[in-house]
Design a protein around this ligand. Structure first.
Ligand code: MG
Length: 392
């Protein structure tokens, strides 16, 4: 097990399975250090752990699955409490029956809640009795933020224009596969949506949509061209930050069930810190991490002086801070002096600890967080050498 002190002051222990080989090093000074575009080191123990989500269950044709633990459920088959008429905000007049809601020739409905980037799960079924053809068969639609239609259509044995098939970005991009089940059976859409981001009317990120239909990839990170429309070519453009999820009533009795979403964390262009970062954002994050580590070090008691010193040294990987360098210099000098003062028969017990401090100094020098000539580094190097601890 690998243990280290966190901001919460509690020791956190990671099993070797969680940390890989790094666990055996027993050191935070391990992978390549933070650089101009990466605020964290490789295999950085200070990087936040991923959020724990309990997965749900998959749906069958007969039975909707269970959403994951952090999903926001928009429709569970029991009521319209999260929905309203898109026309006037009144209560939806769609039909609620057998755990599903059905378009009833009364107009689109939309969620009361507005949201942006998301993982969205929607299940729908075209009418079992086939009527009409092309766009007139089982037509509905899922409008992300009320602006971008992911087509819902009975595309099973139904020829229509390619960019209007089920799971098309309507009028923009056809699905790369038609993986529909027969009409009457529930289809499962899993969508990942990233809205366009503009700043000062300049595109920062055009936005993307990925769609799986019954587990088959239909849209692969498709670049958005603004919203969608009928007959008119869509044009790239900004979206608001949030919008409702809207379901189309195209006068076909399409049914929906099991609708939920999970909001997505911000992208790097919106202040997120995973993914390619600008130097400015990276350095700001590095400063923040360094400050957190220094705060953490301040909580370590004087009876754990080496641990405290190593934690302070760790902070230098992220930000060079002169008062911290001075503190380390002072602590390391005292440490080296205390080791040197030990009787010959006791110094051997310090071997691993001194080597650990020395490795940390070597690491910081390698990644230019400290100069190679830094006094305490030279002294610990010498201590290792003089005691023959550098030999295998
Ligand atoms: Mg439609």
């Amino acid at each position: 097990m690998k243990c280290f002190v966190t901001l919460a002051t509690a020791a956190v222990c990671l099993s070797p399975a969680m940390t890989g080989k790094a666990a055996s090093s027993g050191s935070a000074f391990y992978g390549d250090a933070p650089d101009a575009h990466h605020p964290w080191a490789i295999h950085d123990q200070n990087r936040p752990q991923p959020k724990i989500v309990t997965p749900g269950t998959f749906s069958s044709v007969d039975q909707p699955g269970k959403p994951p633990s952090d999903a926001i459920v928009l429709f569970d088959g029991t009521d319209f409490s999260k929905w309203e008429s898109a026309k006037d905000g009144s209560a939806p007049k769609w039909v609620l029956a057998d755990g599903a809601m059905q378009a009833a020739h009364v107009g689109d409905i939309r969620t009361k809640e507005q949201f942006g980037d998301c993982q969205l799960h929607v299940e729908w079924a075209a009418p079992k009795v086939v009527e009409g053809d092309s766009q007139g068969r089982g037509n509905s639609g899922i409008f992300l933020m009320g602006m971008l239609e992911i087509q819902v259509l009975d595309s099973y044995n139904n020829v229509t224009y390619a960019d209007g098939h089920a799971a098309s970005v309507y009028g923009v991009n056809p699905p790369m596969a038609n993986a529909l089940r027969p009409p009457g059976e529930f289809q499962v859409y899993d969508i990942v949506f990233r809205r366009p981001v503009y700043r000062d009317n300049q595109v920062v990120d055009p936005g993307y949509v990925t769609v799986f239909v019954n587990g088959v990839l239909a849209q692969d990170h498709t670049t958005l061209e603004g919203g969608t429309g009928h007959m008119s070519r869509s044009k790239p453009g900004p979206f608001p930050e949030r919008g409702p999820l809207q379901l189309q009533d195209h006068n076909n009795p399409t049914r929906f069930r099991n609708i939920w979403y999970r909001p997505l964390p911000p992208r790097a262009v919106e202040g997120g810190t995973d993914g390619p970062l600008t130097t400015e954002a990276t350095m700001a994050k590095r400063k923040q991490i360094a400050a957190s580590i220094r705060e953490d070090a301040a909580l370590i008691g004087a009876d754990h002086a080496v641990q405290k010193m190593l934690r302070l040294m760790e902070s230098l990987s992220y930000e060079k801070d002169e008062p911290t360098v001075q503190k380390i210099e002072e602590m390391a000098s005292q440490y080296v002096a205390s080791v040197k003062a030990l009787p010959a028969d006791q110094i051997g017990a310090k071997k691993d600890e001194v080597k650990r401090v020395n490795s940390a100094f070597q690491y910081l020098a390698k990644f230019k967080a400290l100069p190679p000539s830094f006094g305490p580094k030279v002294e610990t190097e010498k201590l290792v050498k003089d005691n023959g601890w550098d030999k295998k």
